[in-house]
Ligand binder design. Structure first.
Ligand code: KG4
Ligand code: ZN
Length: 347
């Protein structure tokens, strides 16, 4: 049977991305135009600026993805696009581009949920980073259900029990800030560059994670999370000293904050993995690029813990192509009335 090739488009937040994925696994191209520099001066994402930047970048990014895949539009089987969750104005740019292309080229259109796409990053083949980090080297045959997915991104923190492809059970999620949002807000209050996640990880390297005993919101035995109290505790601690904090103090604050987030995420993931007897835990979304989260969860959980390479943890279109493939082969097609759903949920 001939391979299935899908052009995937992702514009839900501040990355304009396009990729061509073969059979839901092989990445033929993966182009990401980041808007980080544009938003850094505001210390966060400015929605109008984001949609304008997507409009400017979308056509060249798609053209580059096709060029790098060495394919013409006639070689494609479908066009896929993220239609939610995300920023309405940003999502619209991708959805309209995908519709225009699909209609113009006579290709089927597939709509993709961004959260599900983060999970399906685990089915992409990657150049081996070390056997322990990815089951993809054996293709998807390496993953058996039930699986636990911890989705930790800028907008979401969810623990999901995956019974099969497309079969999700919600175990818990954040009651206030998402994990990535907490990293970004704490990064800002510590005077670090945007986005806060990578900046805190780097700053934390020279710090003592036990220097500050920041609170952990265990929320009894639920699988829910809360990070807003932690954020306030970091703010109070920082204000007691210099403003903005520097040197050792800054490193200790960053390391202690990161340790508190990682402690709760890894402990709850470990408990869920045990309770539901999963075969493996999948770390998904931008925060799963965090080195401390990866190693701590891998040490604690009694099952293999997988995480994609960092470039496939943060927003990209290859994961959208991997996810779209499942829906495409199941015969699912989006209509021309496909609309953006900014508050789309996984379950
Ligand atoms: O998945 P993603 O690219 O976008 C959303 O879907 O939201 O996640 C972005 C989030 C940001 O909050 C960013 O600070 C965080 O991922 N992030 C990290 C790291 N790299 C990115 N957080 C902690 N450690 C990192 N190394
Ligand atoms: Zn994302």
């Amino acid at each position: 049977m001939a391979e299935t090739r899908i052009l995937a488009i992702e514009t839900s937040c501040d990355e304009t991305a396009a990729a061509v994925v073969e059979d839901g696994r092989r990445i033929l191209s993966n182009v990401i135009a980041s808007q980080i520099e544009l938003h850094a001066r505001y210390g966060g994402i400015f929605p109008e600026v984001a949609s304008r930047a997507h409009i400017e970048a979308i056509v060249p990014v798609i053209e580059q993805a096709m060029r790098e895949a060495h394919l013409g539009f006639d070689d494609l089987d479908a066009v896929a696009v993220t239609y939610g969750p995300g920023l309405a104005g940003s999502l619209l740019v991708g959805v309209n581009a995908a519709k225009g292309l699909a209609l113009g080229r006579g290709l089927p259109l597939v709509g993709v949920n961004h959260l599900e796409a983060h999970i399906y990053a685990h089915w992409l083949e990657v150049e081996s980073e070390g056997a322990a980090t990815s089951p993809q080297t054996e293709s998807s045959g390496g993953l058996e259900f039930p699986l636990l997915a911890l989705i930790v991104s800028g907008g979401h923190t969810e623990l999901i029990l995956m019974h099969g492809h497309g079969q999700y059970e919600y175990l818990g999620g954040t009651l206030d800030d998402a994990a990535g949002e907490a990293f970004d807000k704490v990064g800002r209050l510590l005077g670090l560059s945007y986005p806060g996640g990578p900046a805190i990880q780097e700053t934390a390297q020279g710090g003592n994670p036990q220097a500050f005993k920041f609170p952990r919101a265990w929320l009894d035995d639920s699988y829910d999370f809360s990070f807003s109290g932690l954020k306030t505790a970091v703010l109070r601690a920082a204000q007691k000293y210099s403003d903005p904090p520097q040197g050792h103090l800054l490193a200790n604050l960053a390391a202690s904050f990161q340790a508190a987030v990682v402690d709760v995420l890894s402990a709850k993931a470990t408990r869920a993995a045990e309770e539901f007897d999963v075969t493996a835990a999948l770390l998904c979304g931008g925060v799963s690029a965090n080195q401390s989260l990866r190693t701590t969860t891998a040490e604690r959980a009694g099952v293999p813990v997988y995480y994609p390479p960092p470039i496939l943890c943060t927003d990209n279109a290859a994961m959208v192509g991997a996810c779209a493939h499942r829906h495409f082969v199941a015969g699912e097609r989006a209509g021309w009335d496909l609309d953006v759903v900014p508050g789309l949920r996984l379950v």
